[in-house]
Design a protein around this ligand. Structure first.
Ligand code: TXA
Ligand code: MG
Length: 361
């Protein structure tokens, strides 16, 4: 597997990508959260290609990305004052706002819902692309650039791995994934995404009746939202529109993932080791002595931002080690770690009982 290039897309690559998008093609591009798989939000056929390439069910809406200073009223209606305050405070940045959608947004983008997710990313390559595309007046519908249910990509190489593309040979076909690679013609380079987990999503579309609702926790916290609008976003109720990132199983590597608190680690690890089970560890404070018997390991920073930055690459890398189990040291449970714990909880879904099963073999 080739290493990601250290270069970042230049203006020629960005202009070319914008032209592909204007013609209805797909381009993957970096954002500060994760890489996105973009298409012209006003072109239903182009948006349909996103679903096809990802293998994503059609009832999962995609977010529309716009350039800084874009006219929200072009894309949405009845924008509440509080939503404008959030735009002012956090855009460009890792916050997606669900607002009432304008009729010009195709059904394909919003999966038929009367709302639409809007986001203005802060990554310089994303901003340059959005400014080049349709002269800065367009919008890019873009989910994370991974196959449905997989871990989101935080480097261009992750995207190429997902879609079976060769580095520096964009759009070239590479064996089995020929169909999806043919759909995705370019991946713009932008280094490692600095936030590392997907944007915070706040539903502002039913503010008068439901208040603000936190559909997906992320780098921007509920408290930071409250500090701006004076209302703390509530957890979603069952009736809230479903965000695909809120499905129980998501962000999941192929290898089963389990979480254990540090105090349970030593005993479990030595039992598994004694049975010859290969374990890949992801920790944030594990003593070296404890991890010595691991097949592979990644120690992430013990602060939530540093941990989020490294989490998806760690899951992908540990998934490649041939281990039978990825064991994650349970992170702290306080509010600052909400986004990280939310993603981890989904990546462990379906792996209950896996340790017992491996010990019985
Ligand atoms: O950080 C991010 O948000 C990344 C980057 C590429 O911008 N994008 C991303 O997109 O994570 P995606 O499609 O993987 O996740 C967006 C989530 C989905 O769970 C989707 O269901 C939800 O946003 N969503 C989009 N529009 C919605 C709407 N109108 N109502 C409720 N949920 C919505
Ligand atoms: Mg996603």
């Amino acid at each position: 597997m080739k290493q990601p290039s250290a270069t970042v897309a230049d203006s020629a690559a960005i202009a070319e990508a914008a032209a592909i998008l204007e013609q209805g093609g797909l381009v993957a591009f970096p954002t500060e959260t994760v890489y996105g798989l973009g298409a012209d939000a006003e072109n239903p056929a182009a948006v349909a290609r996103i679903y096809e390439a990802k293998g994503r069910p059609h009832d999962h809406p995609v977010i529309v990305h716009v350039a800084p200073g874009a006219d929200l009223d072009y894309w949405t209606t009845d924008v509440p004052y509080e939503a404008r305050q959030l735009v002012q405070a956090f855009w460009p940045g890792p916050l997606t706002l669900i607002l009432k959608r304008h009729p010009r947004i195709p059904d394909a983008v919003s999966a038929g819902q009367d709302s639409v997710g809007m986001r203005c990313p802060s990554h310089p390559v994303a901003i340059a692309l959005l400014r080049a595309f349709k002269g800065g007046k367009g919008g890019l519908a873009a989910p994370s650039a991974n196959k449905f249910g997989n871990v989101s990509p935080t480097t261009a190489q992750h995207v190429r791995d997902e879609f079976g593309m060769d580095a520096h040979d964009d759009g070239a076909l590479n064996g089995d994934d020929a169909c999806s690679a043919a759909e995705l013609s370019r991946v713009l380079e932008g280094g490692s995404s600095e936030v590392g987990i997907e944007s915070t999503i706040v539903d502002m579309s039913r503010l008068a009746t439901h208040g603000p609702v936190l559909l997906r926790p992320g780098h921007i916290s509920a408290q930071q939202i409250a500090d701006v609008i004076g209302m703390l976003p509530a957890a979603p109720d069952q009736a809230a529109p479903r965000a695909s990132g809120t499905l129980e199983s998501h962000y999941a590597p192929r290898t089963p993932v389990t979480m254990l608190a540090a105090d349970g680690f030593a005993a479990t690890l030595s039992q598994l080791h004694a049975r010859g089970v290969k374990v890949a560890l992801i920790g944030h404070g594990l003593p070296a002595a404890l991890t010595a018997s691991a097949h592979a390991q990644r120690v992430l920073p013990a602060d939530p931002a540093g941990y989020a930055y490294g989490l998806y690459a760690a899951l992908r890398d540990m998934d490649q080690t041939g281990a039978s189990l990825i064991l994650v040291e349970t992170p702290p449970q306080d509010a600052a770690w909400l986004g990280v714990n939310d993603r981890l909880r989904r990546s462990v879904f379906g792996s209950a009982g896996v340790i017992a099963a491996l010990l019985q073999k």
